[in-house]
Design a protein around this ligand. Structure first.
Ligand SMILES: Nc1ncnc2c1ncn2[C@@H]1O[C@H](COP(=O)(O)OP(=O)(O)O)[C@@H](O)[C@H]1O
Ligand SMILES: CC(=O)N[C@@H](CCC(=O)OP(=O)(O)O)C(=O)O
Length: 303
């Protein structure tokens, strides 16, 4: 027989119980819904954060939510290209992708990074399958066409980005099959064209197209900033598509944040309830955003 002295309730344990009850309305609201999570290459470096991220995704699945992970890997592709002595150039945040670069990008994205994330999820007790947009006809891609201003001639000149694609259609069948089998899909941003070519797709664009196609309740973009910052570096907590246009016009957002927010706007206009730009460097940031009243990052939804 074991005995314990009788005490009043432990405040630390009570706080834990309160955290769980605070989560109750969110658990009820989101059970059965699909959340698309874009995990950026910059947010991927730290092993502890990788474990936290995988635990969050597995916990969502255990709560009856269907997470779909779409990952990036820009910095990792850059490092591999450097090792192999291949030059790389960006136009409007898109990597100009010749045949050799496309092969290396696919190797890094669909090969090493994709399987690494599947491994973290397995280590957190979940079941994941790593695929790219090429598998089971998930993402049909089309070549991206861009122009650059030619200041000398005063004209817009066509730039050939090579095998850079954008999704033109998403077949969600494989995602529904995996969700039904209790499996978390982990998707590399590579697609196949009707021309049979492999296309390198910006991971934000890929994730946004998938979020729109599955009518996700939430679309999270984990990155390396606390969210969208205003000119005084304060966090902007919520935005409408019209606000995004204003921030772009007045130069508050630049670089990678422009395509990121354009993707969020396209996703909410395609029927996603809300997109959230979130700091991937904050441990369990996604859980705090989903299951507490505090919220985090920048929420984009229709006004
Ligand atoms: N107003 C802004 N608020 C926050 N970040 C901004 C803003 N304008 C530009 N950025 C830049 O956008 C970057 C995030 O986009 P990106 O580098 O494409 O992220 P990822 O690789 O994680 O997808 C930030 O690191 C920051 O440098
Ligand atoms: C066409 C294009 O630019 N594709 C990206 C794909 C990876 C990506 O988008 O990764 P992040 O989310 O980590 O930036 C690239 O080659 O870098």
């Amino acid at each position: 027989m074991n005995t314990n002295p009788v005490h009043g309730p432990d405040p630390a344990l009570l706080a834990k119980a309160e955290t769980l009850t605070e989560a109750l309305p969110y658990l009820q609201r989101y059970a059965g819904k699909t959340f698309v999570v874009k995990y950026g290459g910059h947010a991927m470096g730290d092993p502890e954060l990788q474990r936290d991220f995988a635990e969050d995704v597995v916990l969502l699945k255990a709560c009856g939510i269907n997470p779909v992970v779409v990952h990036g890997g820009g910095p990792q592709i850059g490092a591999m290209l450097k090792r192999l002595g291949v030059e790389s150039r960006f136009v409007d945040g898109l990597r100009v992708t010749d045949k050799e670069t496309a092969e290396i990008a696919e190797m890094v994205l669909a090969g090493s990074i994709n399987k690494e994330i599947v491994g973290w999820i397995a280590a957190a007790g979940g079941k994941a399958i790593g695929i790219s947009g090429k598998d089971a006809g998930l993402v049909l891609a089309e070549k991206v066409h861009r122009t650059e201003p030619d200041r000398l001639q005063g004209i817009e000149r066509h730039v050939d980005l090579g095998f850079v694609g954008e999704p033109v259609s998403v077949d969600r069948t494989i995602l529904d099959t995996l969700a039904g089998a209790g499996v978390i899909p982990v998707i590399a941003p590579v697609g196949i064209g009707a021309d049979g070519h492999t296309y390198n797709i910006n991971a934000d664009t890929m994730a946004g197209a998938i979020a729109g196609a599955v009518g996700a309740s939430r679309f999270f973009l984990l990155t390396d900033v606390p969210g969208v910052l205003d000119k005084e570096k304060n966090l902007v907590t919520d935005l409408t598509p019209a606000d995004v246009a204003t921030l772009r016009a007045d130069g508050t957002i630049s670089g990678g944040m422009i395509p990121k927010l354009e993707t969020c706007v396209a996703a909410v206009e395609a029927g996603v309830d809300a997109a959230v730009v979130l700091d991937g460097r904050v441990p369990h940031g996604m859980l705090l955003e989903i299951f507490t009243r505090r919220g985090a990052g920048t929420l984009i939804r229709k006004g």
